[in-house]
Design a protein around this ligand. Structure first.
Ligand SMILES: Nc1ncnc2c1ncn2[C@@H]1O[C@H](COP(=O)(O)OP(=O)(O)OP(=O)(O)O)[C@@H](O)[C@H]1O
Ligand SMILES: [Mg+2]
Length: 248
C-alpha cells in the first residue's frame, strides 16, 4: 500500500480497480443484486461522476469503494492491493487517512460545532491538538465557512452544512474523495458551490468519485459512469490508454 499513500505522480496510474464486483443483499425472502458484475477503473487524479436511476446501486458502489462495505463476489484493488486481504484495522486506517466522504444528508454531529465536526476525524489520527485545530480551521476557510466555526449544525443552512461536511472531508487531505449526491439537498447556487470546490480539489490532484443525478454537475467530471440494475452501462474505464480526463 506504499504506492497508495504516495501522493505525487506524473504517469497515469490506476488507483481503483474493480473486477466483476457483485454485492448481494439478503433480507427476509428477498435477494437483491445491488451490484452485478461491476468492472471499472479510476486513475489517480481522475474526477468521475456516477449516475443512474434510484436503486441501481450507486450508494452500494460508493460504500464498497470507501471500504464501508465489502463485495460478495469479485475483486477490489486499491493502489494495486487486494482489499479483501487487508485486516480490519488496516482497512479502518485507510478509511481514516486516505478516503474522505461527503453524503447527501451531510451527516454532521448535532452537538458539535462546525469546527469540532471538522476536527473529529483528525482526532483518530493522533495529531497534536494545535495541528488539528489549524487544519480544521483552514479547511473551513477553504469552504468559505470561517465565520461559522462556532455554529452548531442546526444553526446552519443546508448549503452551509454541506460546506462544513466538505471541510471535514478535505481536512484529512484524502487521496480519494467519495461524494454521494452531495448536491441532492441543495439549491442550485449552493450545489454549484459544492461542485466548484470539488473541481478545485480535483485540479490539485485529489481523485474524486461523485454520485449525481444532475447532468450539469456531472459535466464537471472528466467522465460519467452510468449504472443500471447493478451494472455499468457506459464504459467503466478511461477512454484513452493511460488518459484520465476525457473518458466514455
Ligand atoms: N442494507 C441493505 N439491505 C437490503 N437491500 C439493500 C441494502 N442496501 C441497499 N439495498 C438494495 O440494493 C439496491 C441498490 O441500493 P443503493 O442504495 O445502492 O441504490 P442507489 O442507486 O444509491 O439509489 P438512490 O438513487 O435512491 O440513492 C436497492 O434495491 C436497495 O433496496
Ligand atoms: Mg443512493
Amino acid at each position: 500500500m506504499a504506492t497508495l499513500l504516495r501522493r505525487s505522480c506524473i504517469m497515469a496510474e490506476t488507483l481503483i480497480r474493480l473486477n466483476e464486483v457483485g454485492r448481494v443483499f439478503r433480507a427476509d425472502e428477498t435477494e437483491t443484486h445491488a451490484l452485478a458484475g461491476v468492472s471499472l477503473s479510476v486513475e489517480r487524479g481522475e474526477f468521475v461522476a456516477i449516475s443512474g436511476p434510484s436503486g441501481c446501486g450507486k450508494t452500494t458502489l460508493l460504500s464498497i469503494l470507501g471500504l464501508l462495505d465489502s463485495p460478495t463476489s469479485g475483486e477490489y484493488l486499491l493502489g494495486g492491493e487486494a482489499v479483501a486481504g487487508l485486516s480490519p484495522a488496516r482497512k479502518a486506517e485507510l478509511r481514516n487517512r486516505s478516503i474522505g466522504f461527503v453524503f447527501q444528508n451531510f451527516n454532521l454531529i448535532g452537538n458539535l460545532t462546525a469546527l469540532d465536526n471538522v476536527e473529529l476525524p483528525l482526532v483518530y489520527r493522533g495529531l497534536a491538538a494545535k495541528e488539528r485545530r489549524d487544519r480544521a480551521a483552514a479547511a473551513l476557510a477553504r469552504a468559505g465557512m470561517s465565520d461559522r466555526e462556532g455554529h452548531y449544525p442546526s444553526q446552519l443552512s443546508g448549503g452551509q452544512q454541506q460546506r462544513v461536511a466538505m471541510a471535514r472531508a478535505i481536512a484529512g487531505k484524502p487521496l480519494v474523495l467519495l461524494a454521494d449526491e452531495p448536491t441532492g439537498n441543495l439549491d442550485s447556487a449552493n450545489g454549484s458551490a459544492v461542485v466548484g470546490l470539488l473541481g478545485e480539489l480535483h485540479r490539485e490532484g485529489t481523485t474524486i468519485c461523485m454520485v449525481t443525478h444532475d447532468p450539469d454537475h456531472a459535466a464537471a467530471a472528466g467522465r460519467t459512469l452510468r449504472l443500471f440494475d447493478g451494472r455499468i452501462v457506459r464504459p467503466g474505464f478511461p477512454a484513452r490508454p493511460g488518459g484520465a480526463r476525457n473518458g466514455s
